[in-house]
Write a new protein. Structure first.
Length: 95
């Protein structure tokens, strides 16, 4: 039998320019530095935002798997999730 639960949540995050292409993001009391690739002016002060999205997907997947295993009363001594992406970028130009 399939049961569904729908949750609606509001969330808020912010980013603030530090310098160059370096931004500092804030989620509640947590901060994360974001930066662009060096080829487009980044200075290596943090991961690129698109890569953070990939990390977030891996984190969500890992948390779902652990939650399911624990509900089934499985003992887990470790879990590692690796995510890969093939990214196609289209460089636009504002005219």
């Amino acid at each position: 039998m399939l049961t569904e639960a729908i949750q609606t949540m509001r969330d808020q995050v912010s980013v603030a320019l530090q310098d160059g292409m370096h931004f500092q993001g804030t989620i509640d009391a947590f901060t994360i530095d974001l930066d662009a690739a060096t080829a487009v002016g980044g200075a290596g002060r943090g991961p690129q935002p698109l890569r953070v999205l990939l990390l977030a997907m891996a984190g969500c997947t890992a948390m779902d798997v652990i939650s399911i295993l624990r509900k089934k009363r499985r003992r887990v001594s470790g879990l590692e999730v690796e995510a890969r992406a093939l990214i196609h970028r289209v460089i636009g130009k504002v005219t």
